[in-house]
Design a protein around this ligand. Structure first.
Ligand code: NAD
Ligand code: TDX
Length: 405
């Protein structure tokens, strides 16, 4: 997946000698990482540890199980990263631990924060303690090199970036319980590097989208609701800005940092250009050929971050380039959801109806129609044409992948 290799060579080599522990590997981004690495057939072995919360599904790993060569290098363990008994033996076998496990939805963190802290803080602590134990075993000659630890973090730790871009040195200012838990988790990771000398790397990924994303998040929620001709609940004025990162680019950048990242290094993983939520929804409706009249302006998310934007120079210097433009990624996402209705219907079962009512019942009752975006000409069905990003960075436009090939 890497597109350029720094001259110093990898810190960690993948291949037949390498065993990765991927926590949260049954979720959206973690399962993409597992599918991509195993599909390369370089001999790398992967164990997934996943609690299978409402957000995780073994279905996300079905392509691996369906392929005997990949299945032979793969193991699934159901368990909680906050459970030391489950974690220790798995970390003992691993050459690297990649922690994707988290409660990941901001709205749910506003309704019920506790699980976010248990997984995002205690869970990270348990993983780090298990790694620390492996350093002691290595020092005692009981194993070879101890595991590298990669923490999957997020742009949300910077809080809302009203102008400019956040570099890795920008102070953390998380504003939701989700973001606060993610910031706490990565601060623990950094502390274990400084205090105990653990080899750690941290990635801060931008808003990610693509196949297998839980339909609670903006793009899959609006996509599946539009397919059902249900209203699309746009928070507030819909002019919040996000920098969208296609899931294979997020997984690829994580792998690149795992292999080449400097010990103790923190890396922003930006997307392919920022867009307002209204622009994203317009582009989606265009692809789906559904009318803008489905969109409802509903009461805003409390503490809603207005904008996320990160500088990607450090990752670029490490040799990584994103490959998928927003237009291409959105098209692939729409095609995948159209072709995998059984998957998203299964994700919209269980507690979905109760969650949906709690999150959107009163909001939709108070919802109003929204004028289509004025930035772009209005299309034949009264929809706005798909709009390119043109944010404070002055970024343009269709197919804009910074530094892309
Ligand atoms: P997701 O909710 O789809 O998947 C999370 C996975 O973690 C699920 O399979 C779940 O069962 C598992 N899990 C949750 N708690 C666990 C626990 N205590 N023990 C073991 N497994 C547990 O999330 P995602 O969107 O794939 O995000 C993955 C990671 O990337 C998270 O750490 C998230 O904070 C981060 N991230 C996400 C985005 C995004 O836009 N989705 C952007 C940047 C960073
Ligand atoms: O119903 C909605 N209506 C709406 O207007 C939903 C679910 C979202 N939105 C808005 C809120 C945000 O401005 O869309 C934008 C994107 O929302 P989410 O998909 O919930 O993502 P966000 O809150 O930006 O967080 C995401 O990116 C960073 C992931 O969920 C996090 O896990 C990641 O760390």
């Amino acid at each position: 997946m890497s597109t350029g290799e720094p001259s110093g060579g990898p810190v960690l080599r993948l291949g037949p000698e390498t065993h990765l522990l991927v926590t949260g590997g049954a979720g959206f981004i973690g399962s993409c990482f597992v599918r991509e690495v195993l599909a390369r057939r370089d001999g790398t072995r992967i164990t997934v540890l996943d609690k299978l919360t409402y957000a995780g599904s073994e279905e996300n790993l079905a392509p691996v199980r369906a392929d005997p060569e990949q299945a032979a290098r793969f193991r699934f363990v159901r368990g909680d990263i906050a459970d030391p008994e489950a974690v220790r033996p798995l970390v003992a076998e691993a050459d690297a631990v990649l922690n994707f496990a988290a409660e990941s939805h901001v709205d749910r963190s506003i309704l019920d924060p506790e699980a976010f802290l248990r997984t995002g803080v205690i869970g990270v602590h348990v993983l780090l303690e298990a790694c620390r134990g492996e350093y002691e075993r290595a020092a005692a000659g009981e194993r070879g090199r101890p595991p590298r630890f990669l923490q999957v973090s997020t742009d949300e730790v910077y809080g809302s970036i009203e102008v400019g871009v956040a570099t890795e040195e920008t102070p953390l200012a998380p504003r939701s319980p989700y973001a606060a838990a993610k910031a706490a988790g990565e601060l623990l990771v950094r502390a274990y590097h400084v205090t105990y000398g653990l080899d750690v790397v941290i990635t801060r990924g931008a808003n990610t989208y693509g196949p297998y994303q839980h339909p609670e998040k903006l793009i899959p929620l609006f996509l599946t609701n539009a397919l059902e001709s249900e209203p699309l609940p746009l928070y507030g004025d819909g002019l919040q800005r996000r920098d969208w990162l296609y899931v294979t680019d997020h997984a690829g950048a994580i792998e690149h940092v795992l292999r080449f990242g400097e010990p103790g290094g923190i890396y922003n993983l930006p997307g392919s250009g920022e867009r307002t939520n209204r622009e994203v929804v317009a582009a989606l409706l265009d692809l789906l050929e559904r009318p803008w009249s489905l969109v409802r302006s509903v009461p805003d998310r409390p503490g809603h971050d207005r904008r996320y934007a990160m500088d990607g120079a450090r990752l670029a210097a490490l040799g990584w380039r994103n490959r998928v433009s927003f237009e291409e990624g959105l098209r692939r996402t729409v095609d995948w959801f159209r072709a995998n209705e059984a998957w998203w219907r299964a994700m919209r079962s269980g507690d979905w109806a109760a969650y949906y009512e709690r999150q959107y019942g009163a909001r939709l009752a108070a919802g109003r129609p929204v004028e289509p975006p004025v930035e772009e000409p209005v299309g034949p069905m009264g929809r706005a044409k798909a709009a390119g990003g043109s944010g404070p960075r002055g970024g343009s436009a269709e197919g804009d992948v910074p530094g892309g090939r």
